[in-house]
Design a protein around this ligand. Structure first.
Ligand code: GLP
Length: 236
């Protein structure tokens, strides 16, 4: 594991965007596992800048996102599909047909989960998986539990996650109580993992996740077992 402590969100974003750019340059048809939340916004902004400068070409890139709220469709401005469109996809030349986000409105959610895992497998797995981390140590929406869930599944969001994500909604009651998330298997099978986190509030969970015991009670701790993980943390 490479653990970088940097001094600002800007530095974190620059470093993360450089690593993702390197991946796209080395393998133009790579599969990027992408994340939502506030942490990757600066990284995406820098990728957009690199695209506009003519330094990056996303035309052959395939993306698979980690998660989606259950019951929100892509037109809902709180959905993760909408987030990805507005924060990245609409501003680069990625083929819309090559961008995958779990469908939180599928009629048959179980079938959607199975199909999502199959899609990742058919793509040959993920080359680089970008992750944030929740205050309770969740990655994607894999919440603390008694065991690590392998495949894509529906999850009941923990109270602390609902509270943390309420800042993006008009009222806390509006935050969906369930989500569909990629499980741990494709994340652990990704060739590279890049986790970014910022803010003093995340300091304790970062310590536990990367220097404490590997336990499903701190889902991100499983990354200690991954052979190629880069972590970038800024306390500011
Ligand atoms: C949400 C997302 C996660 C993200 C986490 C942290 O719960 N499902 O993928 O990592 O929030 O978000 P933030 O970066 O805003 O702290």
């Amino acid at each position: 594991m490479r653990f970088f402590t940097v001094s600002s969100y800007e530095e974190l974003s620059r470093h993360a965007a450089n690593l993702i750019s390197a991946q796209v340059l080395m393998k133009p048809n790579c599969v990027l596992g992408l994340a939502t939340g506030s942490s990757p916004v600066g990284t995406y902004r820098r990728l957009i800048e690199a695209y506009r400068a003519g330094d990056l070409d996303f035309s052959k890139v395939i993306s698979v996102n980690l998660d989606e709220y259950l019951g929100l469709d892509g037109k809902n401005d709180q959905s993760y599909r909408y987030f990805m469109q507005t924060n990245l996809f609409d501003h680069i030349n990625i083929d819309p047909a090559n961008t995958f986000v779990p469908n939180g409105c599928a009629d048959d959610i179980e079938a959607e989960c199975v199909a999502y895992d199959q899609r990742i497998e058919d793509l040959g797995g993920i080359d680089l998986q970008l992750l944030g981390i929740g205050l309770d140590g969740h990655i994607g929406f894999n919440e603390p539990a008694d065991y690590f869930e392998k495949g894509t599944h529906v999850v009941d969001l923990h109270e602390s996650t609902i509270e943390a994500n309420a800042r993006f909604f008009a009222r806390e009651e509006d935050v969906p109580k369930q989500a569909i998330t990629m499980g741990m298997l494709p994340i652990m099978q990704a060739k590279k993992v890049l986790l970014i986190a910022n803010g003093a509030a995340k300091k304790e969970i970062m310590q536990k996740a990367f220097y404490g015991p590997v336990t499903p009670e701190i889902p991100a701790s499983i990354l200690q077992l991954h052979p190629d993980v880069t972590v970038i943390y800024s306390e500011n």
